[in-house]
Design a binder for this molecule. Structure first.
Ligand SMILES: N[C@@H](CCC(=O)N[C@@H](CS)C(=O)NCC(=O)O)C(=O)O
Length: 340
C-alpha cells in the first residue's frame, strides 16, 4: 500500500503547491490512493496495445497501468479503464476523468507544453507507415499520388500525412474516421486506397482485424518518429514519478534478467546490489517514491518485465520483432535510467 507522506515531504509538498500557483503537489497521488484504483485512459480497441476481449483489457499500454497499480496497491488488477478515441484522450486527462493516459500516444512538444501533459517515458518506439491492398500493385509510398487515405482525426498521423504528401509534391484525399474499428472497416471495405497510422497499428489491423491478412501490404516507408508513452497532467510531480519509475522498473527488470518466473528466487538469493535495491531487499527506493519497498517486486511478479510484456502483446500477437524496442545492450533504444 502507498505510504502516507512523511511530515517532511508534506511540508515540501505544501511549499511546492504555493510555488505552483494553485496546483497542489501530490493531489493525484492522494486521489488515486483514496479511490483505491488507477483510472487509466486507453484506446477504444487496438490489439497489442489496449483491447478488451470478453471484458478483460490486455496490451502493452494496459500492462503499464497494471504496473502502476501493482506499485501503488500491490494489486495489478486495481485499475479501471476508459476507452478513448484520439480526439477524446487529452480532454479526458486534462479534466481528471482519467489519472493516466496509456494509449499509444506520441510524445510531442506541443502535447507536453500547450496541452499541459507530462510524458513519463517511452513504452514503444514507433513510426508512421502506409498499408494498401496488394492487388493495387503499389510497392512504395511515392506511388500514392491522388490516393484516398483513411486516417483518424486528432492524431500526429493526420499531421504527418499532410507533411509527407506536401514534401513529395503529391495530392491525397483524406477519409477521416474517428475510431479504429470504423476506420479499419472502411479501409477493408475499399472506401479508401490507403490506411495510414503507426506501423504497430497497421500490423494490428492486418494481423488481427483483416479477414485475409495476405491481401494487404505494408509499404516500406516509415515517415515519422512516434515515441509512444504514458502521460499525466502537469501539476503533480509525485504522480509523474510513480508512473515514470514503474515503467522504468519494467525495463530495468529485463536488463537484470528478472522475470515474473524467477523474481522470487532473485529476491531470495541474488547478491547483485542493483537487484537487491530494485526488489526492496535493500530498502530506500520505495520510501523515496512514497511506496512500499516491494513496489517493483509487485510489478515484476504480477505483470512481468518489459521483454515478457512485449513478447506476449507485440511479438506473439502482431508478429513484430523488437527492432528499436530492443534493450540498448542489444542495439535498441530501451534504456532504464538508473534505479538507485
Ligand atoms: N500515435 C499517434 C496515433 C495514435 C492513434 O490514436 N492511433 C489510432 C490508430 S492506430 C488509434 O489508436 N485508434 C484507437 C482508437 O480509436 O481507439 C498519436 O499519438 O497521435
Amino acid at each position: 500500500m502507498l505510504k502516507k507522506l512523511t511530515s517532511t515531504s508534506a511540508v515540501a509538498a505544501l511549499s511546492l503547491s504555493v510555488l505552483a500557483a494553485g496546483v497542489q503537489a501530490g493531489e493525484t497521488v492522494d486521489a488515486v490512493m483514496e479511490q483505491g484504483y488507477v483510472q487509466c485512459g486507453v484506446s477504444t480497441g487496438l490489439a497489442g496495445f489496449s483491447n478488451a476481449t470478453g471484458g478483460d483489457w490486455a496490451g502493452i499500454d494496459v500492462d503499464v497501468c497494471r504496473a502502476v497499480a501493482a506499485a501503488m496497491f500491490g494489486d495489478s488488477e486495481a485499475v479501471r479503464y476508459t476507452g478513448l478515441t484520439a480526439n477524446q484522450r487529452f480532454t479526458a486527462l486534462q479534466s481528471g476523468e482519467v489519472d493516466v493516459l496509456s494509449r499509444n500516444t506520441t510524445w510531442t512538444l506541443t502535447r507536453d507544453t500547450s496541452l499541459g501533459l507530462n510524458f513519463a517515458g517511452v513504452t514503444y518506439y514507433d513510426g508512421q507507415g502506409f498499408m494498401v491492398r496488394k492487388d493495387l500493385g503499389v510497392t512504395s509510398a511515392t506511388q500514392l499520388d491522388g490516393a484516398a487515405v483513411c486516417v483518424e482525426p486528432g492524431t500526429t498521423t493526420e499531421l504527418n500525412l499532410a507533411d509527407y504528401f506536401r514534401a513529395q509534391g503529391m495530392d491525397f484525399e483524406p477519409v477521416v474516421i474517428e475510431n479504429t474499428s470504423e476506420v479499419t472497416a472502411a479501409f477493408f471495405a475499399g472506401r479508401c486506397d490507403v490506411y495510414t497510422t503507426d506501423a504497430s497499428g497497421l500490423a494490428s489491423a492486418r494481423n488481427v482485424s483483416a479477414e485475409n491478412p495476405s491481401d494487404y501490404v505494408i509499404l516500406p516507408e516509415i515517415i515519422s518518429k512516434e515515441p509512444l508513452g504514458p502521460a499525466v497532467r502537469h501539476g503533480d510531480d509525485e504522480w509523474l514519478d510513480i508512473v515514470r519509475w514503474s515503467l522504468t522498473a519494467l525495463i530495468e527488470a529485463e536488463e537484470f534478467g528478472i522475470t515474473s518466473e524467477n523474481v522470487d528466487e532473485m529476491r531470495d538469493n541474488s547478491s547483485n546490489p542493483g537487484i537487491q535495491r530494485l526488489l526492496g531487499v535493500t530498502p530506500g527506493l520505495g520510501e523515496a517514491l512514497g511506496l512500499d519497498e516491494d513496489w517493483a517486486y509487485n510489478i515484476i511478479s504480477q505483470v512481468g518485465n518489459y521483454g515478457e510484456i512485449y513478447q506476449t502483446n507485440v511479438t506473439d500477437l502482431l508478429g513484430l520483432e523488437r527492432g528499436l524496442n530492443a534493450l540498448w545492450t542489444d542495439g535498441g533504444l530501451m534504456y532504464a535510467n538508473p534505479v538507485r
